[in-house]
Design a protein around this ligand. Structure first.
Ligand SMILES: Cc1cc2nc3c(=O)[nH]c(=O)nc-3n(C[C@H](O)[C@H](O)[C@H](O)COP(=O)(O)OP(=O)(O)OC[C@H]3O[C@@H](n4cnc5c(N)ncnc54)[C@H](O)[C@@H]3O)c2cc1C
Length: 457
């Protein structure tokens, strides 16, 4: 590529051969959803690190602490019963609500959907999280929208569309995110939701200019080439790595391929194979609320080491949703998305590491599903997944290498009694730690999927 230029806000020209756009998202404002925020200082959105500083200041003003206080946030006593409202019951709203609740606030979540998280997850799963939040004494108001924020010097209440007011001393606005792409409006092809359209290498219409992370709308094979964004952390990391590889290795690849081309006339497809961004969607949902630990100020400080509620999604949210519960644990549940006779997406909450790995594998391999199996999936989702994976692996053993007998496989096939014995207690942490020590570093690392790649060759 020839050298191109970029202008910064001091009108300096920065020359580049390759440019990666990774400007991420900003929080959608309440005004953009038709709510008058009143511009109060105690209405906070959570996006940037500085937003946390803002929240910290608002909290210490609401409930002044002694100067010697080490932590201004986690003093549950000082915040006790101070009403806080979270507008938006998506994953950022709920994560905020779980922290505020842990810090002692009396939290109300206002959400326009029928259940929490429904823009992201199916209603059956959203229903479980609604139960979890309500059980933890978070007030959840569904199918209602605020009209405006009321107050004098500071916000003191939320005016609802039915004329009622909900008192609050702090408002967290979590009504969505917008990609930071205004800057490129007249220069690049944008989708209707503001994503930057790229080809399957994540290259924009301008050669040498790439987009990654929340801003990129790339063509998805699975959706017949439709351009979509996936504004989550896992994709941000992988797309960044992908583009960096292309930029660093492309000249080298080209030379190699040209040599190969003298023998095989397949250059174009071989290059495309290496440079196409192939991504199996993944995301996680974490909340401090959950059945495994009582929440107090100390556990919040320690929260990196516990996983009260932890859900993982893999694959595609398309087709029929089949939901399952684990009989012995109300907060262990999951869902499959079945499309064209295949399980193309999975969600799991409250599983052990091996359950998450199993569900990831189901979505990666897109296990076949017949209608007759729906009942089994509903009754015992993990059991169905294990049996079907066993069957499929039996049918596709790589010559000379039996996956079924391997260590990895036995990990994926705990005896039924192991699951039956499971209860929501400390064992969660201990078992996972044992797994990690045995050489696993958790879902997403060099685990079972590497073996499958070899087997598929
Ligand atoms: C509270 C919260 C919780 C989340 N939890 C999860 C989760 O549990 N799991 C998950 O998968 N994802 C989660 N996400 C989403 C995840 O953080 C994003 O998908 C990811 O950070 C996107 O990465 P990015 O590099 O595209 O953009 P960002 O991380 O947003 O980084 C973009 C950077 O570019 C800067 N920038 C913007 N415009 C310009 C400009 N014109 N010039 C220079 N710099 C600019 C911005 O200031 C920012 O620093 C969460 C997000 C939030 C806010």
């Amino acid at each position: 590529h020839g050298s191109q230029g970029l202008m910064d806000n001091r009108t300096r020209l920065i020359k580049y051969n390759s440019l990666i756009i990774a400007t991420g998202s900003r929080a959608k404002t309440l005004e953009e959803t038709g709510v008058d925020s009143g511009g109060y200082a105690n209405v906070v959105s959570i996006r940037k690190a500085s937003d946390i500083g803002h929240l910290r200041r608002v909290i210490s003003e609401r409930a002044p602490r002694k100067k010697s206080s080490v932590s201004t946030l986690s003093s549950t006593k000082a915040n006790k019963d101070i009403p806080a409202c979270v507008i938006g019951g998506g994953y950022i709203g709920l994560e905020s609500a779980s922290y505020l609740h842990g810090w002692g606030f009396n939290v109300t979540v206002i959400h326009s959907g029928k259940q929490l998280l429904t823009r992201f997850l199916p209603p059956e799963v959203g229903f479980r999280y609604t139960q979890l939040y309500r059980k933890s004494n978070v007030t959840v108001i569904l199918e209602e929208t605020p009209v405006g924020v009321l107050g004098g010097f500071n916000a003191t209440g939320i005016l609802m569309s039915d004329g009622t007011t909900i008192n609050c001393s702090l408002v967290v606005s979590a009504v969505g995110a917008v990609p930071n792409t205004d800057l490129f409006q007249n220069q690049l092809n944008l989708t209707s939701d503001g994503g930057i359209k790229t080809d399957n290498e994540l290259q924009t219409g301008i050669p040498g200019v790439y987009a990654v992370g929340d801003v990129v709308a790339f063509p998805w094979d699975f959706y017949n080439g439709t351009h979509k964004r996936w504004p989550f952390g896992d994709h941000a990391r992988r797309s960044g790595e992908h583009v960096a590889r292309i930029i660093l290795y492309r000249p080298h690849h080209l030379l190699e391929e040209i040599k190969v081309d003298q023998y095989l006339n397949k250059t174009a497809s071989m290059i495309a194979n290496k440079t196409t961004y192939r991504y199996i969607p993944k995301t996680t949902f974490d909340s401090l609320l959950g059945p495994r630990k009582k929440i107090d100020a100390n556990t919040i400080v320690e929260s990196r080491f516990i996983k009260p509620a932890h859900g993982e999604f893999y694959g595609y949210m398309i087709g029929r949703v089949i939901y399952f519960n684990c009989i012995r644990n109300r907060f262990k549940f999951g869902a499959f998305w079945v499309h064209n006779g295949k399980a193309v997406g999975t969600y799991m909450e409250g599983g052990l590491n091996k359950d998450f790995r199993l569900m990831k594998k189901v979505a990666e391999m897109q296990l076949p599903v017949q209608e007759i199996e729906y009942e089994h999936m509903e009754k015992d989702g993990l059991g169905w997944a294990r049996e079907t994976l066993d069957r499929e692996l039996d049918a596709s053993v790589y010559p000379g290498f039996s996956i079924k007998d391997s260590f990895f496989h036995s990990d994926l096939s705990p005896r039924q009694t192991d699951i039956d014995k499971y209860d929501a207690s400390e064992t969660f942490i201990e078992e996972d730690t044992a797994f990690e020590r045995s050489g696993y570093s958790g879902v997403g690392s060099a685990d079972y999927s590497d073996v499958m790649d070899i087997a598929r060759l």
